[in-house]
Design a protein. Structure first.
Length: 290
DNA sequence: CGTGTTTGACCCGCGC
DNA sequence: GCGCGGGTCAAACACG
């Protein structure tokens, strides 16, 4: 018992960790918000985009609400204090699209890199250690989106194995870590609930699948329609959204579209901007503004 | 028995 | 340097 640090945080302690009002707020990375569905529309329809290749050339079209976080340039020292990103940056068109994105171009800078997809979990600890000593850990580009769901782990067509769960600071809900079970696939995802609205699940994907979806088969054409790795992302999210739309329908989430629900959506989007539930997914170079 | 989950321990980066 | 918090590992466990 040399150190207790934060290990072994009991569930009862989750609540004890929250309560701080000065939450980080730098979700400067692509963020898709699926919290409100408009029936069984597809992902691209939700985007209101027909030219998918054009979509790849972010910034997104006018149908997509881009939180002003993408325009806010935080100096590095304000990494945890991008505090003034507040509700007035809500997506301007919550009715037309529930998708928000930020700093997408950074993502594509990432994408343009030759991302080392070597399965890290197959490397030895020594290799990992050596790698880490030689260079900072390189993060895969990440996408996050919100989904209103009763279940934490949404079915997205891939098989995932949970490898960890941690208490999240400022949230009573734990964050779960999943890894794609495919041997050569290095994709990870994190799932956590919004602490202001427990019905909203925030899913963050990291990496790219190196294999087709086990259940999608050839039905997924987005990966080919959309050139580049971004297409893979989009196809994954598109699929997830499709699946989830079905889930929402079955749960009755889509039965109404009152303005109050839109308000909920806006608030939630603002929350993510303000409180930075996903603050850690901001690529460091985005914060440093090279 | 194979597969997936749970959970305490460990490692690392970062801020102070 | 130290402590905090995020991320990962891996043994134990559960389940079909």
């Amino acid at each position: 018992m040399e150190n207790n640090k934060m290990m072994g945080v009991k569930k009862e302690d989750y609540a004890a960790n929250i309560g701080s009002s000065s939450l980080p707020s730098c979700n400067n990375y692509p963020f898709f918000d699926f919290s409100e569905d408009k029936g069984s529309l597809g992902f691209m329809e939700l985007l209101g985009v027909q030219d998918y290749n054009h979509l790849l050339d972010f910034p997104l079209s006018s149908h997509v609400s881009v939180p002003q976080t993408s325009a806010v340039k935080e100096p590095p020292e304000t990494k945890k204090e991008c505090s003034e990103v507040t509700n007035n940056q809500q997506p301007t068109t919550p009715n037309s699209s529930s998708i928000s994105s930020a700093s997408s171009e950074v993502l594509y800078d990432e994408q343009n890199k030759t991302v080392d997809l070597a399965p890290e979990h197959q490397k030895t600890k020594e290799q990992l250690k050596a790698k880490k000593t030689n260079q900072k850990r390189q993060r895969e580009p990440r996408f996050a989106f919100m989904t209103k769901s009763e279940v934490d782990h949404l079915e997205d067509g891939y098989r995932w194995r949970k490898y960890g769960q941690k208490a999240v600071k400022n949230s009573p809900f734990p964050r779960s870590y999943y890894r794609c079970t495919s041997v050569s696939c290095n994709v990870k995802k994190r799932v956590e609930r919004s602490f202001s609205d427990p019905s909203i699940v925030v899913t963050t994907y990291e990496g790219q699948h190196t294999h087709p979806s086990p259940v999608m088969g050839r039905s997924n054409n987005f990966g080919t329609v959309m050139s580049g790795s971004a297409g893979n992302y989009m196809s994954q999210y598109y699929h997830q959204q499709q699946v989830h739309v079905n889930a929402l329908s079955s749960l009755g989430f889509l039965s109404s579209s009152s303005s109050s629900r839109n308000a909920t959506f806006s608030q939630e989007t603002a929350l993510l901007s303000d409180y930075g539930l996903l603050q850690d997914v901001v690529p460091s170079h985005m914060l440093k503004e090279d």
